[in-house]
Design a protein around this ligand. Sequence first.
Ligand SMILES: [Zn+2]
Length: 395
Amino acid sequence: MLKGNLMIAGRISVVRWKYILIAALLCLAMAMPLHAEEAEDEVKIGNNAATQVDKESKFITDPVLVQRVQAIGKAVADVANTKEVPAAYGSSKVAKFNYSFKILDDKEINAFSLPGGHVYINKGLLDYVQSDDELAGVMAHEVAHAAHHHAMHLIKTQQQQMLGVGVAVLASILAGAKGGDMAGIAYMANLINIAKMSDYGKEAEFDADRTAVAFMAGTKYNPVGMLTFMERLARDEIRKPEVNYGIFANHPPSRLRASAILKEVKALGLPINRRLVTKYVKVEVKSVKLESGESLSEVWVGDTKIVRLADIGKTKSLDRADELADRLGDLLDAGAGMKDVRMGPGGTSVILMGTTFYTPTADDAALAGQSISKLADSVAKALQMVFHKEKIQSL
Ligand SMILES: [Zn+2]
């Protein structure tokens, strides 16, 4: 199974590099030197490659999705076009690219960008992200590749080798081979290139991740989204090897990338609250009808029941449940975790993040058929169960 996945990953890298190589070859074919008028060449190379991709691809045109991707893309691109972020790979020189963002009709979890700011997002990736923040993270990564001129850097450093390949392909084209063969030859050339360039690949990926966090910090999107996205990829890579994770192609292990991103986000001084940017389980109030016909309310988190609340005088069970659910939602949003659950004095209340979260009443205890301290204890245990389940999910 792993072998199958590696083969898929290999194919994707080849496809991506094919575009860059084809663009480089087109330049050679047009006798356009790569070193002169560099910025102009970069845009031309990108445009040529994009034309090729556009010709070969099917796009998603659903206006809701297109609008979502373009709005996020524009926010990131505006920062990339103005903010200089030091490059650990490529060049940090700010180029005001006319960024474009398109959605490919492809189930694979992948995205890529071409020189000059042509960014492509697969539909599979849109289905995989759990928030706009996560999507913005992936898009910022792709924008960073273009903004830091990664492909140009690679083409320049490998120019000697490219020229050799170029001559071979040109000779083959001149000898009468039709366009269809070019991809085949480029494919082979890329297999060699990928093997030789894997080191540059890793540096470029780490630089794109780091730069993406810096770009996101200039938008309304939460850079923690990049972290949760990478953590989930790392987890699913192991759990669901049958899924195509194109985004891993030519990339360093996602676990390493996730820990590098975590460091960057922490360096920004941002709180690491994963719940805000993912589909973590939500707090809910559920109503239950007792045999007596009486209706009571319970607070749940996902599939874990926290507590059933009794009516107290004029205060109805539902009002108490709503109030408790709101408080729990706020505490979860504030980043409450396993270590924040404590018992209050005498074990008769539950403390969460240093504040009293819940004190069982005698009626609540009677409803549960437990003593007050026993009920407090089971509420604390239910909260711990919620955090435990989340932990398992995010591993
Ligand atoms: Zn990348």
